[in-house]
Design a binder for this molecule. Structure first.
Ligand SMILES: *Cc1c(COP(=O)(O)O)cnc(C)c1O
Length: 484
């Protein structure tokens, strides 16, 4: 099989390969991926057990070949989309007028929201030349990406001492070209909910729309609340909120490729639609970014929501919150460690409060123990996205963390080894332009005709161009800080 694998990929095989052989290769290649099923990875995959995964595959499989491009052709998919949007809107207290669409993920939901408000502003405030949005600096990087793609300026507001957006800063930053305010419920880095009620009041006073990014929290917060945890208002109950994004493929435990963008009414959603009447291919209308849309993801989102229901999601939320609290209590009991801010749900970061304790070195030691650890730059911290799959891993995680901290205190020179100095450098790195240039260089290599994967393990290779070294390190950083 290895012989065969070496030959594959330069061009199409002359003769088709036996399908059983191909399946074997797929399984072999999957072995080198991160191990997410045992709860040692803290992002990227939301796994609710084998039985649920099998169920999702079946639901996905029934609609495997279908295409959500034309809702007239696949009325089943239209039904699923309508139901998923309605159920999500209801969950978020959207009211009787709420409408929305299923998208391929949080990024598309955010793109569409910004596009919608940009086009709405073009209609209603045509004098605006350079539209901007005002968003917390902790808002997901997809906002930055969407703004760059859509030629909208992103103004970022700093956070207060509790790691929520600083409202005084937001008020100051809104100007005549502002077309949208943004808040997160919660944000990815710290798991804190921005003051949505205050943002809502400001939005109403300035006659601006307000998008709440609930990509992470949309399918968790409503049930955290139901489970009895006190939370600030974060959804359409706040009058100024005009839209929300919520990812079914995160805490909704659906198949990947499913998020929802919900608007308070059609007054907003209509600006999202694209209609072309003059194309030689015929009349074309679409509600989102994609043309062809995989029907399987839409069907699996519907299936997941029906399978869990309110009680199921509440039970998941209750257990996941318990696991989170157990981990946080454990972390707080380790001298020198503290939770960053006061996270509202099941995602949080923790940092070192002791100068002698390098948190990135703690991360390295955890990785040696088999955990896949995500890092944050500001403040230097480690990150955890807790899911239902982490119940059995939490206690061990805290024990390993305690042991790692103790080991580091006994061997302080550890902080000079491994990747810790690099993360320290990256967190402080003043030369962002240089980092960007070097990451670009590496991406060009990765996507070159040869498709070279950079060798991330080659640390401290002094023979290499020092700029490339910094780029590699930046890439290593990026590999662990991308927010999913
Ligand atoms: C994951 C995430 C997004 C982006 O969603 P994708 O599905 O990865 O495109 C946006 N906002 C927050 C808070 C997220 O956690």
């Amino acid at each position: 099989m290895d012989d065969l694998m070496d030959k594959i990929g330069k061009k199409l095989p002359e003769k088709g390969i036996d399908r059983d052989e191909i399946l074997k290769m797929l399984h072999k290649l999957a072995e080198s991926d991160v191990d997410y099923k045992t709860g040692r990875t803290w992002s990227l995959v939301y796994h609710a057990g084998e039985a649920h995964t099998e169920f999702l595959k079946q639901a996905h499989g029934v609609f495997f070949e279908t295409n959500g491009l034309n809702p007239m052709a696949f009325t089943s998919l239209k039904r699923f989309e309508h139901d998923v949007v309605s159920m999500t809107a209801h969950m978020l207290h959207g009211g009787p007028e709420a409408v929305g669409t299923i998208t391929s993920g949080g990024t598309e939901s955010i793109f569409l929201a910004i596009k919608t408000y940009r086009d709405m502003a073009r209609r209603k405030r045509p004098w605006i030349r350079r539209p901007n949005i005002v968003a917390p600096v902790s808002a997901h990087v997809a906002f930055k990406k969407a703004c760059e793609f859509l030629d909208v300026r992103m103004i970022t507001a700093p956070l207060d001492k509790d790691f929520r957006v600083d409202m005084r800063a937001v008020r100051r930053l809104v100007n005549h070209n502002t077309i949208l305010l943004v808040g997160s419920a919660p944000n990815y880095p710290y798991g804190t909910i921005d003051p949505i009620e205050e943002l809502g009041r400001l939005a109403q006073r300035r006659h601006l729309p307000l998008h709440v990014d609930g990509c992470l929290g949309g399918f968790m917060l409503p049930f955290v609340e139901r489970a009895g945890y006190p939370l600030p208002l974060f959804d359409f109950r706040v009058p100024g909120v005009t839209s929300m994004s919520a990812d079914v493929h995160k805490y909704g435990y659906a198949a990947k490729g499913a998020s929802v963008v919900v608007y308070r009414s059609m007054d907003y959603l209509q600006h999202q639609f694209f209609i072309e009447t003059d194309w030689p291919g015929g009349l074309f209308a679409s509600a989102g970014v994609l043309g062809t849309r995989p029907g399987g993801s839409i069907a699996a989102a519907w299936a997941a929501m029906l399978a869990f229901g309110e009680q199921g999601y509440t039970e998941l939320a209750r257990k996941t919150m318990e696991t989170t609290r157990q981990m946080q209590d454990g972390i707080r009991s380790i001298p020198g460690l503290a939770i960053v801010g006061r996270p509202d749900m099941t995602v949080f970061a923790y940092h070192s409060t002791d100068k002698a304790l390098n948190i990135y070195a703690v991360g390295d030691l955890m990785e040696e123990k088999g955990w896949h650890i995500d890092r944050l730059p500001k403040p230097p911290a480690l990150h955890a996205m807790v899911t239902i799959n982490h119940q059995d891993a939490a206690q061990r995680y805290v024990e390993d963390l305690r042991a790692s901290v103790e080991y580091l205190r006994a061997h302080p020179d550890m902080a000079q080894k491994g990747s810790a100095p690099m993360y320290g450098l990256m967190a402080k790195m003043p030369l962002r332009g240089m980092v960007k240039k070097n990451v670009l260089q590496i991406m060009k290599q990765m996507y070159s005709p040869e498709g070279r994967m950079p060798d991330l393990s080659a640390d401290g290779d002094t023979a290499r161009d020092p700029l490339v070294n910094i780029g590699l390190k930046a890439l290593q950083w990026w590999e662990r800080f991308r927010g999913s």
